[in-house]
Design a protein around this ligand. Structure first.
Ligand code: NAP
Length: 309
């Protein structure tokens, strides 16, 4: 599909793309760049690509497809740095969790004749780095593409075909809408998990050993999400501020309503909500986006492929 694929950032997502591209024979040559010496070493040892560079421009040079798999806060500097070496007709795509900020930080730097096709695979785990990736990560998961108006149709089709080859289901979305949808399905849930685990950690009347010992009561499932990469998630909240604040406002109102229902003993209110939410979980399982296995299938093997964000 591509002569030369450049992957900038060989962490969980970048290394999963490298593995899947290799497995499905999508690129003749895979060039990797990463800022971390340790991750470059691991990428070489795992033979994730044909070339491993410190300088992103070395990898991006002559590439037909450049995949930016770096934290959102790094996009502007990397785009400015690689722009002069991009060949005419090259496609620049990415996997960033917010799409308006990617377009804002990348598009102004790209020369005419280079196509920007932003993307977001809605798949991941709480682990980071090249060792955490695996080729099947994107299988049966959604990948959302958010091309700005006027993007070359052939470039969009190529990126679509790339993700489809990994077993992903591809959908096109307007960037602002993407950021709103992901705020409620991913960003706010992560914030809630970070917050509840932080609150438990701050408690003085319940000991840390009790929190850990009795965690199977529900807390444990929040800790998995709250173990996600701090750099990535800091950047998500800094770059999707408007949509997250909008969803948090609604969430807070609904939480206050629940608080009131508990205070006034309004059992029907609680029961009706819990019945409605149970149906959502059933719909997620029916859609093949989760497992119905006991304990949410959170055995080490099953957890590997957890859809996260
Ligand atoms: P990761 O495992 O931490 O990998 C990111 C890699 O990029 C690291 O090796 C990092 O090195 C490197 N890096 C950082 N700044 C760089 C720069 N300026 N130039 C070159 N390399 C740089 O992160 P990830 O989970 O793969 O996430 C990557 C992107 O995917 C993020 O934009 C995230 O929003 C998106 N995403 C993540 C998930 C998920 O569940 N994890 C799902 C979908 C999309 P250092 O470690 O030294 O910083």
């Amino acid at each position: 599909m591509f002569e030369r694929l450049a992957i900038i950032g060989i962490g969980l997502i970048g290394s999963s793309i490298a593995r899947a591209a290799r497995q499905h024979g999508l690129a003749k040559q895979i060039a990797i760049a990463d800022a971390s010496e340790q991750h470059r070493e691991q990428a070489r040892a795992l033979k994730l690509g044909d070339e491993v560079h410190t300088d992103a421009a070395e990898a991006a040079k002559d590439a037909d497809l450049v995949m930016l798999c770096i934290p959102l806060g790094a996009f502007a500097a990397v785009a400015a740095h690689i722009a002069p070496v991009l060949k005419p007709g090259a496609i620049v795509s990415d996997v960033g969790s917010c799409k308006q900020s990617v377009i804002r930080d990348t598009q102004p730097h790209l020369p005419a004749g280079v196509h920007l096709v932003p993307g977001h695979p809605v798949a991941g785990t709480e682990h980071s780095g090249p060792k955490a990736g695996f080729a099947e990560l994107f299988n049966n998961r959604w990948c959302i593409l958010t091309p700005p108006p006027g993007t070359d149709a052939a470039a969009i089709e190529k990126v679509k075909a790339f993700w489809t080859a990994f077993g992903s289901k591809v959908e096109l979305m307007e960037p602002r809408h993407h950021d709103l949808v992901l705020a409620i399905t991913s960003h706010v849930p992560h914030l809630i998990a970070y917050n509840i685990v932080g609150t438990a950690d701050d408690l003085e009347t319940v000991t840390e050993s009790e929190v850990i010992k009795y965690s199977a009561g529900g807390f444990r499932d929040f800790t998995r999400i709250a173990a996600s990469d701090p750099t990535m998630w800091r950047d998500v909240f800094l770059n999707n501020k408007e949509a997250v604040l909008e969803m948090l406002g609604r969430f807070t109102e609904d939480l206050i309503a629940l608080q009131r229902a508990i205070r006034w003993g309004e059992g029907d209110t609680l029961f009706n909500l819990f019945t409605r939410t149970r149906a959502i979980r059933r719909a997620i399982i029916d859609a093949g986006q989760e497992t119905a296995a006991p304990d949410f299938g959170r055995t080490p093997a099953a957890a590997k492929g957890d859809a996260q964000d």
